[in-house]
Design a protein around this ligand. Structure first.
Ligand SMILES: *[C@@H]1O[C@H](CO)[C@@H](O)[C@H](O)[C@H]1NC(C)=O
Ligand SMILES: *[C@@H]1O[C@H](CO)[C@@H](O)[C@H](O)[C@H]1NC(C)=O
Ligand SMILES: *[C@@H]1O[C@H](CO)[C@@H](O)[C@H](O)[C@H]1NC(C)=O
Ligand SMILES: *[C@@H]1O[C@H](CO)[C@@H](O)[C@H](O)[C@H]1NC(C)=O
Ligand SMILES: *[C@@H]1O[C@H](CO)[C@@H](O)[C@H](O)[C@H]1NC(C)=O
Length: 403
């Protein structure tokens, strides 16, 4: 009799467990649907390819992701993308840290060379639960879209050109905020994400001008190809409606008919490859030179670079609203050339989650920035902390003491 009861309870437990498994699997699948890119991970040679999807899948779910987001939220989650190669994974992680510290929930697509995947995951997974619930992520391999893979790989350097292929790789993603690794959010991601709904019917991408001042701008003085607007656009912060990029036909100087994004890249590259200097940013400039009605130009304080202060301040909106995103191009986060930029990078890097944001982050940063006023960018570094300070204090008020 006892054996009977034992067997019976065991059966019930097993039945319950299987049910639980089925449910969580179903939940997992629907969550994945939103972020899965069907063509990329599929075809990676040999045994490895068989193992990869399972490993990636487990990771995509994280421990918390599928419990936290209701189906409705999954559709509208902000989507971030970054491409990390070479030594750039530390920067990418710090960028994500700023986003996680200051924003509400988002999903991150991290494209990285294989040898960086473990480090990136280890760094992100080491963050405390109250931060991890704010985002889910997937680490993608660097790759070309399945179609025309051979041709792509002969012409493009995969790392440098990865972002051009995002509309084709992330086929199921509607909209995406792409940022370079050397970008820091100083205000919440949602500020910039909300811009998507302000696109008019022809706009499908938002970027900031490359420069504020045509007389000292690079494109207007040196480029040997067409570019967008008076000074070109900077592609380090790029808000994209991918659905529209996939649907639209782009005017161009090669054929009289419009070409789809994926039809356009190869011939464009072939035509201009000897004339371009800044790689994919130049191609983006050429494309939107011929399609200016598709660009939403956002102001310089959304993509604030050393150019905006290096010889004196020329980004007026930053004075009023503070910097929204800080872009430390030319390596200034790591060199001593622009100590104000480096100070912000280091402050985020050294901040430990859970510590008092004002006392342990904002005030020490302000003190360090006060020590950089012998440089032009240091003189205006209160632009860096203006919006950041407000955001930090707002978060501080919302968070009960102790996290
Ligand atoms: C993988 O890609 C190569 C090159 O594009 C192709 O020849 C091969 O058939 C593909 N294999 C699978 C399993 O799709
Ligand atoms: C992107 O564009 C498509 C097609 O016009 C539209 O349905 C979708 O709502 C847009 N996405 C956002 C976030 O505005
Ligand atoms: C490339 O630059 C050269 C020199 O400025 C120019 O003559 C040529 O037309 C350019 N090529 C294209 C495709 O614009
Ligand atoms: C959308 O805005 C752009 C940039 O201001 C403009 O060039 C374009 O004509 C606008 N499109 C429509 C349909 O109004
Ligand atoms: C930094 O300098 C400004 C202006 O000199 C001053 O108002 C502010 O209190 C200083 N901040 C800190 C934290 O030292």
């Amino acid at each position: 009799m006892r054996v009977y009861i034992r067997t019976f309870s065991l059966c019930i437990v097993i039945a319950l467990l299987s049910l639980l498994f089925l449910f969580s699997k179903h939940d997992a699948e629907s969550f994945l649907k939103q972020v899965r890119e069907p063509t990329v991970a599929k075809n990676l040679s040999g045994v490895k390819a068989k193992q990869r999807p399972a490993a990636t899948r487990a990771h995509r779910l994280g421990d918390v992701a599928h419990k936290v987001y209701s189906p409705g939220q999954r559709e509208t989650l902000m989507q971030l993308a970054v491409v990390a190669c070479g030594e750039r994974h530390g920067e990418a992680v710090n960028m994500l840290k700023t986003a996680a510290m200051l924003s509400s929930r988002f999903f991150a697509h991290i494209f990285a060379e294989e040898q960086l995947h473990t480090n990136i995951r280890a760094a992100l997974d080491s963050w405390p639960a109250f931060i991890r619930v704010k985002f889910s992520y997937v680490v993608h391999p660097i790759s070309f879209p399945h179609e025309n893979r051979e041709e792509w790989s002969q012409l493009f350097k995969p790392c440098a050109s990865q972002r051009l292929f995002l509309p084709m790789i992330l086929r199921e993603v509607d909209s995406l905020l792409y940022v370079d690794t050397d970008v820091l959010f100083l205000q919440p991601v949602e500020l910039i994400w909300d811009m998507l709904v302000h696109f008019n019917s022809t706009q499908l991408v938002a970027m900031a001008p490359e420069h504020e001042e045509p007389r000292i701008a690079w494109y207007s003085r040196f480029s040997r190809h067409p570019y967008y607007g008076k000074t070109g656009i900077n592609s380090g912060v790029m808000l994209m409606n991918l659905t529209r990029m996939r649907m639209t036909r782009f005017k161009n100087d090669m054929t009289s008919v419009g070409l789809r994004w994926d039809e356009l890249l190869l011939p464009l590259f072939q035509k201009y490859k000897l004339n371009i200097t800044w790689g994919d940013q130049d191609l983006i400039n050429i494309i939107f030179h011929y399609n200016p009605e598709m660009v939403f130009t956002f102001p310089c304080h959304w993509n604030y670079r050393p150019d905006h202060c290096i010889y004196g301040s020329n980004c007026i909106p930053a004075e009023e609203e503070g910097v929204v995103m800080l872009h430390g191009n030319r390596g200034v986060f790591h060199s001593d050339k622009q100590p104000a930029f480096k100070a912000v990078y280091d402050a985020f890097k050294h901040y430990t989650f859970g510590e008092d944001l004002v006392k342990s982050f904002l005030l020490p940063l302000e003190v360090t920035l006060n020590g950089t006023i012998h440089t032009y960018c240091g003189k205006v570094s209160h632009f860096f902390t203006r919006g950041l300070g407000k955001t930090v204090k707002r978060i501080q008020r919302r968070t009960p003491p102790g996290g």
